[in-house]
Design a protein. Structure first.
Length: 170
């Protein structure tokens, strides 16, 4: 699973099995340049990532600007579910476990990154790892396992990156 750019520089997601591309895909009606980016896959073949919707590139079509990004889940049968953390400018699905719990990162208009866990497609839990001063600058969740344990990184108040393991509370 991953992402590639075609001759026109549009991004597409793909699935690789047994040494060959088996599937290429795009979220329907994604942007002609920014396209679809795949980040995580589970054992069932469900893929998560982000896409830019057609028509959301800033005025003038300036591709150096960051347009809004939305999260997606592509089920193994090819159906797409789109999602956004409420109030977020950017939502990126980065990992999915076999139970279908999605983790990732979202960005508010102030540019600060926060982690999220999406359970049952409807309940977002925000994750912000504090540093020893309680002032971490950003948190990003990259993956989740079958036990619901999450891993990612955060930048402390001095801008130094640290990895973390989050264990769910019973």
């Amino acid at each position: 699973m991953g992402t590639y750019r075609d001759a026109n520089q549009k991004r597409h997601g793909f699935i690789w099995r047994n040494g060959r591309f088996t599937t290429t895909f795009n979220v329907p009606d994604d942007d002609a340049f920014f396209g679809t980016v795949a980040f995580g896959i589970n054992d069932s073949g469900d893929v998560v990532g982000n896409y830019v919707a057609n028509g959301e590139v800033r005025k003038g079509g300036d591709k150096s600007q960051n347009p809004p990004r939305h999260g997606f889940r592509r089920s193994s049968n090819g159906d797409f579910t789109r999602f956004d953390v409420p109030g977020a400018y950017i939502t990126i699905g980065e990992g999915i476990n076999n139970a279908g719990t999605i983790v990732g990162v979202y960005v508010l208009t102030d540019g600060k990154l926060h982690g999220f866990v999406l359970n049952n497609g409807v309940v977002f839990t925000t994750v912000d790892v504090p540093d020893s001063n309680g002032k971490a600058q950003q948190t990003e969740i990259n993956s989740i396992n079958a036990n619901g344990e999450i891993v990612g990184f955060y930048n402390d108040s001095k801008g130094v990156a640290h990895g973390f393991l989050g264990v769910p509370t019973p």
